[in-house]
Design a protein around this ligand. Structure first.
Ligand code: DP6
Length: 381
């Protein structure tokens, strides 16, 4: 599907003066990782993720028609311009858990400018965004995937209100497209339980522009899969994902890495179908370590894992060897560890996590999550 299909083109136009929409959107954890991108926020390789359930963002977008349209949709994304745009020129207030956060405004304005050509009606409104994350802001869990996805869905609800003819299929595809422009991995935070983002010949309808639900056969073992997130380090990341992605340009191992990710998509699709957990584990853990080895071998190089990250990994390996369970780990761009295991092993794995792993978490903090089924609109009561 081409870019032009996503440009707002109403077949009928309803009047929409003011109102609000609320969406709850999930976080996701990649099994095959996205690391490396090109303009405009397109992935260098396809990725696949589990949609999560407990970790989510709930966002309400309130809108009110302006007297005069703001100029945002005519301009390309420009951080300096976004900074200079006053509240009078484009009014947007952001509240996180009821607290006004003017420091988030620039990021949101840059995002709205980026998507302005696709949803030009946004320049006709003033906005208030009220958002809440189910996980603590200082947990080291990125809120950009669920946050951008929830906001993109609210904007799509505006589009649907203005143009009721838009199909459900297009609604979700375009929501993913818009979310991607806010944060790449957000493209995978619309549907569930598994989403592929990035063109791969073996994945029907896959695209670099938006995420698609994984429609391959899924073995029962992967239903209700658990992800317990061990919060090893709740601090701000020393290196942002965007900087990390850019370091894949001119990275000595970039091409091999992108090829490997393409191969891993095929291998993991097969494991998801047959229920071969040994293969699943070897791909997922190798992907996590490859992601971090890309960081360690870029210029400048950096390490996001902490000593406790390695302690946890070693304990997981020893326990798996000892018990022949199917517990495994993955990492995102930080020190926290996602511990994955099938539902049928939850008693053994939970006990092990409590007895042996929680001690390596900051203030013993962890989040029990599992595979989820995608975003939901919250209707006003
Ligand atoms: C390591 O989506 O956070 O979590 O597109 O710059 O916003 P931007 O980056 P982001 O990168 C996520 C990288 C990752 C792997 C993954 O989720 O696939």
């Amino acid at each position: 599907m081409e870019l032009d299909n996503f440009i707002y083109n109403p077949t009928q136009k309803t009047i929409l003066d003011n109102g609000s929409f609320t969406w709850k959107a999930p976080s996701n954890i990649a099994l095959v990782k996205y690391w490396g991108k090109r303009e405009p926020q397109l992935p260098e390789n396809p990725s696949i993720s589990f949609t999560l359930d407990a970790c989510h963002t709930e966002t309400t977008l309130e809108f009110k028609k302006r007297e005069k349209s703001a100029e945002i949709s005519k301009l390309e994304s420009d951080a300096t311009f976004a900074q200079s745009l006053t509240q009078k020129e484009f009014k947007i207030d952001i509240f996180l858990d009821g607290e006004n956060k003017p420091e988030f405004r620039k990021k949101i304005v840059v995002f709205l400018m980026r998507i302005g050509k696709l949803v030009p009606f946004i320049s006709d409104y003033d906005f208030v965004i009220r958002t809440h994350n189910s996980f603590p802001h200082s947990s080291g869990i990125a809120s950009s995937a669920s946050g951008m996805s929830a906001l993109a869905l609210c904007i799509m609800s505006m589009e649907k209100a203005l143009n009721p003819d838009i199909s459900d299929e297009m609604f979700y595809k375009k929501a993913s497209f818009l979310a991607r422009l806010g944060s790449g991995s957000a493209a995978r935070s619309i549907e569930g339980p598994l989403v592929v983002w990035g063109k791969h010949n073996a994945i029907k309808n896959s695209s670099d522009l938006f995420g698609v639900k994984f429609t391959g056969d899924l073995h029962d073992k992967f239903k209700n899969y658990h992800d317990t997130i061990l919060l090893v380090d709740k601090g701000e990341k020393q290196v942002s994902s965007t900087v990390g992605h850019n370091l894949m340009n001119n990275h000595p191992f970039a091409q091999q890495r992108f090829e490997q990710a393409n191969e891993n998509i095929i291998k993991i699709s097969e494991a998801l179908k047959t229920g071969n957990l040994k293969t699943f584990i070897s791909i997922v853990e190798s992907e996590a370590l490859t992601l971090h080895s890309m960081m360690m071998t870029s210029h400048p190089y950096f390490i996001l894992m902490k000593p406790n990250t390695l302690e946890i990994i070693n304990r997981i390996w020893a326990f798996r060897e000892e018990t022949n369970t199917n517990i495994c780990f993955t990492l995102d761009a930080g020190a926290n560890v996602h511990v994955l295991f099938p539902d049928e092993e939850k008693e053994t794995c939970n006990l092990f996590i409590m007895n042996e792993l929680i001690q390596f978490c900051q203030n013993n903090h962890y989040i029990c999550d599992k595979v989820g089924f995608g975003a939901n609109q919250i209707k006003p009561q």
